[in-house]
Design a protein around this ligand. Structure first.
Ligand code: LLP
Length: 433
């Protein structure tokens, strides 16, 4: 399977985590998200162990926006990861999962008073301050509750990453963070640094997502250190923490060539160490926030194929029982995916078809031009690397229920999110008669 982390068994069926996907389909139906938890643990450990091996104090915070649910956050907790949340809902989920509040970091470019209040009341580990409005709110709320908090500030290093515009976050023209070049980051640093209820721990930046080369991270780190060096000279400042964000790329299609995760960690540590030595300041703790690289390729989606449409000389459309409601990424970012027929995983491909979703929307296409064996209604399509930003961005468009999620590990499967019912969907509707 071209290095994808799934297998084909002796029946010619696709397996994930040692389980036959067709058995999962029989048991749980489709569409179905399936996660290989052993692989997720392996990814977590690649980050955590590399920091340990290098003897660097670190926090690896799982970016829960990639896929948040009680079960997945319990896995992160078991692996000793911290959790990054960006909303009250994600914070609530992390608390419900039993994540230690001290290991929760809160992001957001427009945290509401309620969100900040919830963060403060629960004594979460760190608030990543994004803007001046938030600084004022934070001061008021800390005074109101007589609390203190650790903060880091999110800064925009002003570099562009080669990724889709919608998932680019570190460039200057961005809604996120304080600009490093126009003095706003320094102004925020001074405001927070001198406040008695605020423990200013350091700086954060996230340059974007699906990044494959380490040098963009090095570039961002260099830019952070330009500021640190200036603040060190002016104010004698040295950061306790540098959070370098997430964004490590994964393999969606054969064109994607990700690096082993330890390479990113090694390069980041090396860069921060060099700068710290040069400035004669202590090595800060390094925090990172991977989302996609932990859960992305550990997840697949299984669909049942229904109708097909042959347009001679033009294209074959093959429709599945899901689509943009369970995976908006192709429609939103022109994201590319690869997949196979799970029940014919060892058949050679015979033609190139395009996979359509079932929504009433021409843009509801999952894959344009996927080579597959002869397709028949009832075949099971497995789409690879759908573990990040699939379920978490799912919608009820066309009143389609959110799909179920199953974890597999040690030869066992376990339902961790139930399929929505139509009763669930109408449960918030009120009558107008
Ligand atoms: N930290 C911060 C501050 C972020 O903004 C993000 C992603 C991450 C960490 C995690 O990035 P990751 O390691 O997962 O690439 N919905 C889009 C991605 C949006 C990402 C936004 N921020 C997608 O489906 O590609």
């Amino acid at each position: 399977l071209d290095n994808y982390p799934y297998q084909i068994n002796e029946n010619g069926h696709l397996e994930i985590g040692g389980i036959d996907t067709l058995d999962l389909v029989k048991k749980y139906g489709t569409p179905l998200y399936v996660y290989d938890i052993a692989l997720i643990r392996e990814r977590c450990r690649a980050f955590v162990e590399t920091f340990k091996k290098l003897g660097v104090k670190a926090q690896v915070a799982y970016a829960s926006k990639a896929f948040s649910s009680i079960a997945i956050l319990q896995v992160m907790k078991q692996e000793g990861l911290s959790v990054d949340v960006v909303s009250e809902g994600e914070l609530f989920t992390a608390l419900q999962a039993g994540v230690n509040p001290e290991k929760i970091h809160m992001h957001g470019n427009n945290k509401s008073p309620r969100e900040l209040e919830m963060a403060i009341k629960n004594n979460i580990g760190c608030i990543v301050v994004d803007n001046f409005y938030e600084i004022e709110l934070l001061k008021e709320l800390l005074a109101k509750y007589g609390k203190e908090t650790d903060v880091i500030i999110r800064v925009t290093p002003g570099i562009k990453s080669e990724t889709h515009q919608y998932i680019m976050t570190g460039n200057e023209d961005s809604k996120f963070g304080f600009d490093l070049h126009n003095g706003q980051a320094e102004e925020a640093f001074l405001l927070l640094h001198e406040h008695e209820a605020i423990n200013f721990k350091g700086l954060h930046c996230h340059i974007g997502s699906q990044i494959f080369d380490t040098e963009r991270f090095v570039l961002a780190t260099n830019i952070l250190f330009d500021a640190i060096s200036k603040w060190n000279t002016k104010y004698g400042y040295s950061p306790e923490v540098l959070n370098l964000g997430g964004g490590f790329g994964i393999r969606y299609t054969k064109d994607d060539q990700p690096l082993p995760l330890h390479k990113y960690v090694e390069r980041l540590v090396e860069t921060v160490q060099e700068h710290s030595d040069r400035l004669g300041i202590p090595m800060p703790e390094i925090w990172i926030e991977p989302g996609r690289s932990i859960v992305g390729d550990a997840g697949i989606t299984l669909y049942t194929i229904g109708s097909t449409k042959h347009i001679p000389g033009v294209r074959d459309y093959v429709s599945v029982d899901g689509g943009m409601t369970d995976n908006i990424r192709p429609a939103l970012y022109q994201a590319k995916y690869h997949g196979v027929l799970a029940n014919k995983a060892n058949h050679p491909s015979s033609s190139v078809v395009s996979i359509a979703g079932k929504c009433c929307e021409s843009g509801d296409m999952l894959v344009w031009d996927l080579p597959l064996p002869d397709v028949e209604s009832g075949d099971i399509l497995a789409l690879f690397s759908t573990g990040a930003y699939g379920y978490s961005m799912a919608s009820n468009y066309n009143r389609i229920q959110k799909a179920a999620v199953v974890f597999v590990e040690n030869g066992l499967d376990k339902l961790v999110i139930k399929r929505e019912t139509y009763e669930d969907i109408v449960s918030h509707d009120l009558s107008y008669e």
